[in-house]
Design a protein around this ligand. Structure first.
Ligand code: PRP
Length: 213
């Protein structure tokens, strides 16, 4: 008998794109399209239960094995890390991490320790460590673009999608830090225990992704 799998989807933008992909792969996602306040949904035509969660929690649930699979952005994976298999680049949610500064400012033109604001302190630390550069990092929870405007920081490391937020706030990207897109992750034990079920799910998704390429 086939085991029911459980997948955690990152709520919001990635949720809509994930649902589109799964529907194209033949899964009826009507319960996820009309979720109300429910956070877990059984799909009617495929042995899969869908959990809706915040990005870092998707990783937590998959790492602990309470969800077999997850859809989460590479940004969160880079920031949080963890033990799981990253099996597929789903191709949507594409953006990049960039270092951005006030337009026209000379970020590298001083020996003074630079101060960087970011929602992603670990990504920021790794980036500057890679350069052998000592920086002070300030963790900000949102609208990070405010930090240089308010003169709290010399620069930010943040997600850039269209670049509009930077532009409208007088900032400019000066360096790419990493590319980001949605990834499918799998719990390491589930991969062995439910190999048949997971392989079936992955091949459906891969077939759909291949069809788009
Ligand atoms: C993200 C990111 C930037 C913006 C980039 O913020 O932190 O602020 O989107 O998008 P753009 O390049 O298309 O302008 P989000 O909307 O997630 O809000 P937050 O900053 O409050 O976290």
């Amino acid at each position: 008998m086939s085991e029911r799998l459980r997948i955690a989807l990152t709520k919001g933008r990635l949720q809509d794109k994930s649902v589109e992909l799964f529907e194209a792969a033949g899964l009826d996602c009507a319960p996820v399209r009309n979720p109300g306040r429910r956070l877990i949904h059984a799909l009617p035509n495929y042995p899969l239960d869908v959990v809706l969660a915040k990005a870092p929690d998707v990783i937590t649930y998959v790492e602990h094995g309470v969800c077999d699979l997850g859809v989460v952005g590479k940004d969160t994976i880079l920031e949080k890390g963890g033990a799981f298999y990253e099996v597929l680049d789903l191709g949507f949610g594409r953006c990049r991490f960039a270092l951005a500064v006030k337009k026209g400012s000379d970020f590298y033109g001083t020996y003074k320790t630079r101060r960087i604001a970011s929602k992603y302190p670990n990504v920021t630390r790794a980036f500057f460590e890679g350069k052998g550069m000592d920086v002070d990092i300030i963790k900000i929870e949102g609208s990070v673009e405010l930090a240089p405007i308010l003169d709290l920081a010399d620069g930010i490391v943040d997600i850039v999608e269209t670049g509009a937020t930077l532009k409208e706030n007088g900032l400019e990207p000066i360096e790419d830090v990493a590319q980001v897109s949605a990834r499918l992750i799998v719990n390491t034990a589930s991969m062995k225990l439910y190999k048949t079920e997971i392989t079936d799910f992955l091949s459906r998704v891969e077939r759909e992704l291949g069809g788009k390429a």
